[in-house]
Design a binder for this molecule. Structure first.
Ligand code: 3H9
Length: 702
């Protein structure tokens, strides 16, 4: 069996190289062979010091996350055993880091006697992102190396810093410029340490950097307050602060024990399970049926967006933000000027909030070219994204023109949110080049991008869209063609029930409170006010009203001129433009509606509200999955996380359903179905999984 760590002697220094591709995760096998490699060097009298480095793309991505579920991470030698071995080594150990040094892949270097990093190395403790605290001394050693404030920033945000930033912070002792020999630099430093008159100090024995925080213990509560809003509902960020506080308030060994206990509790928590699920879901979603590493991608050097309304303008901003030149085309000057004005105002608002420099804004504006000339704009485009009004005839006309004018290899995309991409593709002589790119509003902010694969879309075009979505900073999810695609289709199942609930006895403020208590940033009614009651109304006018039970209260609000936040009134009243305040006028409208419909209003429990909103969406998700509209249930989880703010620490609706038990979800739905026979028929897949004791995560179409 090949050893996942190599040992060699270079110039009297034992060089231990982690060799566990692709990310040198510190699996049990790797830990065993690292221990053995050190033992070999300890026994070798010709070895005076060690260098610990990583082979391949990076130093290490840390502990093997897959071992947390099985508990293998607790098998000997544990990461903590290796860390003790390194820190207590009589022969000095220098870490030589490149690529990424994260989690356990930084905790190990923190116990080394010095650290060298290649330029650009990303160094951090991202454990918080997977719902845990660093569990191998990171919260105890990092503050001793960089100070408490800097350590809190790194650990609680989970964001890595570069080697260049780590140098002045004292986290690395030397940065090797690109092209330099990292291992040679580390070997030279290790030799210097080995021959130095004074042995290097162990990190655990350093506590000068803790003095400031010891004098100001109130800083931890201030830090808790400062993250309270953005970390609402998450356990790990607060547990991270507790651990760093323990580093300051307790002796090293006690602090370490506190961290270890916290780590073990969180490792098996529901939140950590959910966040691990999201971690792997984000990697799975990039694997698309029929697209492989050899699939050729088409270059995207220049984009064209047809339409400079809210959507088109937002999409153009995405391109500019990614540094890709983009032309926006409108059919008349006034609309073009209006659209460009909105783009300029959006950027200016970001600059005034200090989130963008004026220079960066100028660069972005310079990348966006407005035009009225359709033909000239599209003839040389690598990609054209149509973002005009949602009308099939108009779209067919545009794609017919594009087919005649565009280069044969150009990608032709429609931003339709509901129309049949196959029908649009069929008007061209090259349906393999056509796909849907469904951005979510505001397109420059929302991370989700539905990549709609038509029947004939080629693997090259899909691969190009996946790679483009990454460049645009989006999470691209490939979905198949169906009415409204995966995201909005499952959303309707949820919002519809919210509408029925208020007819039956709840009020918008109660429904929104239940949903925000569950962890969404906003409830469905506040979202309706943000998106615009008029927008929803116009879509319904255009698409027609769905069959079966239909709640018309939103239409009544439209007729009352209550368009939402933009008019200061919608489902709620707004005094400051954004904080929803319950409005008696709306309550009256709702009570009247119930009366008109002959519904005897009743007290509706919070539990019923949550189940009525969430379970139908899970049910629709089951249909979407079974029809093959998404490739796997975790893709739907990402759609809800990135499209609609489903709480990340619950993993997404399908994962959440698996945790609740599919059987339980079915049982509750069956009871609802009796009440609402035209709406809530359980999906066949839900019934099948409940019967077989299966899960959505474990289900596959094959
Ligand atoms: C920890 O260290 C706990 C300790 O404090 C205490 C222990 C006692 N484990 O992301 P990529 C897989 S917790 C297992 O596409 P990139 C990944 O699923 C850990 N697998 O690469 C993918 O598999 P596949 C703290 C892992 O170059 C493949 O490797 N560390 C791990 O775009 C390639 O991954 C973290 O949270 C892992 N640790 O990005 C860092 N990491 O090919 C987690 C990756 O089958 N990792 N895989 O889909 C990352 O953030 C990124 O992988 C990294 C590289 C930025 C490092």
């Amino acid at each position: 069996m090949s050893q996942p760590a190599r040992f060699e002697r270079i110039d009297g220094v034992g060089v231990v190289t982690l060799d566990n591709p692709p990310v040198n995760a510190l699996s049990l096998e790797l830990r065993i062979s690292v221990r053995d490699a050190f033992a070999q060097g300890m026994d070798d009298p010709q070895v005076g010091a060690f260098v610990l480095t990583g082979g391949g793309r990076m130093f290490s991505a840390g502990a093997d996350i897959t071992e947390f579920e099985s508990g293998r991470s607790n098998e000997s030698p544990t990461l903590r055993d290796l860390i003790d071995l390194v820190e207590d080594s009589p022969k000095p150990v220098v870490a030589a880091m490149h690529g990424n040094a994260m989690g356990g892949g930084l905790e190990l270097p923190l116990a080394c006697h010095a650290r060298v990093a290649a330029s650009g190395t990303r160094i951090g403790l991202p454990e918080v992102n997977i719902g845990i605290v660093p569990g191998a001394g990171g919260t105890q050693r990092l503050p001793r190396v960089v100070g408490v404030q800097a350590a809190l920033d790194i650990i609680v945000s989970g964001k890595p810093i570069t080697a260049e930033k780590a140098l002045p912070a004292g986290l690395v002792d030397e940065v090797v410029p690109s092209g330099g020999d990292l291992v040679a630099a580390a070997v030279a430093l290790a030799k210097r340490l080995a021959t130095s008159a004074t042995p290097p100090q162990k990190t655990r024995d350093r506590d000068d950097k803790l003095a400031e925080a010891r004098a100001n213990p109130g800083l931890f509560d201030d830090y808790r307050k400062s993250i309270a809003r953005r970390s609402r509902g998450f356990e790990a960020p607060f547990a991270c602060i507790d651990c760093v506080e323990a580093a300051v308030s307790k002796p090293f060994e006690e602090g370490l024990k506190f961290e270890r206990d916290t780590f073990q509790t969180l490792r098996t928590s529901g939140q950590a399970k959910a966040l691990r699920h999201v971690f792997f879901a984000e990697r799975q979603v990039t694997k698309v049926r029929g697209v492989g590493p050899d699939t050729k991608e088409l270059p995207i050097r220049k984009g064209v967006v047809l339409g400079c309304g809210t959507m088109g303008g937002g999409i153009a901003m995405c391109f500019a933000n990614a540094g890709i030149p983009v032309t926006v085309r409108e059919h008349e000057q006034a609309a073009l000027d209006r659209g460009m004005d909105v783009i300029r105002k959006n950027y200016a608002a970001t600059v005034s909030k200090g989130r963008m420099s004026q220079e960066a804004m100028d660069v972005c504006m310079g990348l966006i070219t407005p035009t009225l000339d359709f033909d000239a704009a599209v003839t040389d485009a690598d990609i054209v994204i149509e973002a005009v009004f949602e009308n099939m005839d108009l779209k067919r006309e545009i794609f017919d023109k594009l087919d005649k004018l565009c280069r044969p290899d150009a990608v032709l995309a429609t931003n339709t949110s509901s129309l049949d991409v196959n029908e649009i593709a069929a008007v061209t002589s090259r349906p393999q080049q056509v796909l849907g790119l469904h951005f979510f509003s505001p397109a420059n902010v929302m991370k989700l991008l539905e990549i709609v694969r038509g029947e004939k879309t080629s693997p090259e075009v899909l691969a190009t869209a996946m790679s483009l979505s990454k460049k645009l900073g989006k999470v691209g999810v490939v979905v198949g063609v169906c009415d409204s695609f995966a995201a909005n289709r499952s959303l309707y199942a949820y919002t519809r029930q919210a509408g029925f609930l208020i007819e039956e006895g709840a009020l918008p403020e109660q429904v929104d409170r239940v949903i925000t208590d569950f962890g969404f940033p906003m409830g469905p009614f506040a979202v309706g006010d943000l998106a615009g009651i008029d927008v929803g109304y116009k879509i319904r006018q255009h698409r027609g009203i769905p069959e079966g039970r239909y709640s018309d209260i939103a239409d009544k609000l439209y007729e009352m001129g209550r368009y939402g936040q933009k008019t200061g009134k919608g489902w709620f009243r707004y005094e400051d433009g954004r904080t929803p305040i319950p409005d008696p006028e709306v309550t009256e409208l709702i009570l009247e509606t119930s009366k008109r419909l002959g519904i005897q209003r009743r007290e509706i429990s919070d539990e019923e509200i949550l189940q009525r909103c969430m379970y139908p969406l899970i049910n629709e998700g089951a249909r979407i999955l079974e029809e093959g509209i998404v490739e796997r249930s975790s893709d739907l989880d990402l759609i809800w996380l990135y499209g609609y703010g489903f709480p990340r620490y619950r993993g997404g609706p399908m994962f959440w359903a698996d945790q609740l038990g599919v059987k339980h979800v079915l049982g509750v739905l069956e009871a609802f179905h009796e009440e609402q026979p035209d709406w809530l028929e359980p999906a066949p897949l839900l019934e099948k999984l409940a019967k077989e004791g299966g899960t959505f995560g474990g289900w596959s179409a094959e």
